[in-house]
Write a protein that binds this ligand. Structure first.
Ligand code: UGA
Length: 439
């Protein structure tokens, strides 16, 4: 099939590349000429393991193309994917101006019947609105079917997820259109769940909100564990073995970040509010998440009389491992606080430092590797659980730091191993270890 994908952000580029990999001819459209030039050479604008290789392969095999030109991009296509951003407005609602522009572009360019598939996360009812925008602006006498096809990819694992997802959700009012999109996705070998458009739109928000709820839930359990002397990891493990609960997304830490959970949870509260429903539980989830970063900082404040002049090594800046994405990363709030308290912050992240430099406080210093960050530090804060940090010998903290006090916001180390070293180790929801006095 001939497919156009509008928007080459994380969702659009991964979708377009993976659709070309399963044999379709894909034209990716973006307004940014520089970006398009780079992508034509197989250079991805985002860090996503395996993406560049897959782009290069499909560009060479002449299935994957990039353009800024809508006439060229929409020529003869059977299916158009909308994958532009829906950023958060100040009130938490989704800004649909990019989606509206794409709908108008589609209406003015298409010359044959098409199926328009919405990948972008959009509030319930948006696909009906997209259809009306297209219908009202159509230049040619063609038929347009709309399909809602939300994506469930995780950043950093997007290529893997594309080929190993749990389900593909297809929401449509026209059965033939739903079947066509089901067939188009068949080579992925992932079960297709067909439903109506509004339910498909809701599935996306409900899924992300539920995962965020799991995280905030385990984070509150973790906070209680600290006070009652229990170990949250064992608690999560024991809970997760119940199939009705499931073991995933029960890692306690400093809360969820990224471009999706914070935005989508707020948008769902807004969607509910628009129909006079107060989503109390989800409001609580959002509040708990915001508080979770403070909990780590409170522990730090309790431990030291003052942070003034202290060298603090911050390990990990990205909102999670395997991405250079800094959106809503805990490191933003945490480094800001440390700088305000007069600390000398030396940060290191394996891939997110270039992006971090654009948004973190100018007083944050950057090290070129973990050991350099730890050198002579008074405290180490672990904010992202990169394997590079998890694989670190605990002895490296002891050997390089002035005072080996570790605050691990992501529970990277097994306390039983840490116990064998001369360090002070505070993690989330687990008893602290204080072996520093043995020095
Ligand atoms: C999330 C969903 O997992 C995807 O299914 C969805 O497609 C995507 O949002 C989206 O809407 O586009 P993503 O934001 O890439 O994916 O990252 P996750 O792996 O879900 O992690 C989100 C945040 O939750 C991270 O900050 C992570 O550190 C945190 N987290 C995750 C926890 O604190 N504990 C956990 O147990 C799991």
């Amino acid at each position: 099939m001939k497919i156009a994908v509008v928007g080459t952000g994380y969702v659009g580029l991964v979708t377009g590349t993976c659709l070309s990999e399963i044999g379709h001819t894909v034209m990716c459209i973006d307004i940014d000429q520089n970006k398009v030039n780079k992508m034509r050479e197989g250079i991805s604008p985002i860090y996503e393991p395996g993406l560049d290789e897959l782009m290069i392969k499909n560009i060479e095999e002449k299935r994957l193309f990039f353009t800024t030109n809508h006439s060229e991009g929409f020529e003869n296509v059977d299916v158009i994917y909308i994958a532009v951003g829906t950023p958060e407005r100040e009130d938490g609602s989704a800004n649909l101006s990019f989606v509206e522009q794409v709908a108008k572009d589609i209406a003015s360019h298409i010359e044959k019947d098409v199926i328009v598939v919405t990948k972008s996360t959009v509030p319930v009812g948006t696909n009906d609105w997209i259809k009306s925008v297209i219908q009202n602006n159509l230049v040619n006498n063609v038929k347009v079917d709309i399909v809602s096809n939300p994506e469930f990819l995780r950043e950093g694992a997007a290529i893997y997820d594309s080929f190993n997802g749990d389900r593909i959700v297809v929401g449509a009012e026209n059965v033939t259109a739903a079947n066509t999109i089901g067939e188009l996705n068949k080579p992925f070998g992932i079960p297709v769940f067909k439903t109506d458009i509004r339910s498909a739109e809701m599935i996306k928000y409900a899924a992300n909100a539920f995962l965020a709820t799991k995280i905030s839930f385990i984070n509150e359990i973790s906070n209680i564990c600290e006070k009652v002397g229990a170990n949250v990891e064992d608690v999560a493990n024991g809970m997760g073995q119940d199939n009705r609960i499931g073991s995933q997304f029960l890692n306690a830490g400093i809360g969820y970040g990224g471009s999706c959970f914070p935005k989508d949870t707020k948008a769902l509260v807004q969607i509910a509010g628009n129909v006079d429903y107060e989503f109390e539980l989800l409001k609580g989830v959002i509040h708990v998440n915001q508080k979770q970063q403070e909990i780590l900082l409170n522990k730090l404040d309790d431990r030291f009389d003052s942070l003034e002049g202290k060298k603090i090594a911050v390990l990990g800046l990205a909102f999670k491992p395997n991405t250079d994405d800094m959106r809503e990363a805990a490191s933003i709030v945490i480094t800001k606080y440390l700088i305000e308290k007069g600390a000398n912050v030396v940060a290191y992240d394996p891939v997110a430092m270039e992006n971090a430099k654009k948004i973190l406080d100018l007083n944050v210093n950057y090290a070129s590797n973990t050991i350099e960050a730890l050198k002579d530090a008074d405290v180490a804060l672990i904010l992202t659980e990169w394997n590079e940090f998890k694989d670190l010998e605990i002895g490296s903290f002891e050997k390089n730091m002035k005072l080996p006090v570790i605050f691990d916001g992501r529970n990277c180390y097994d306390p039983k191993i840490v116990e064998n070293f001369h360090v002070e180790y505070h993690s989330m929801g687990r008893p602290s270890i204080k072996n520093i006095h043995l020095l």
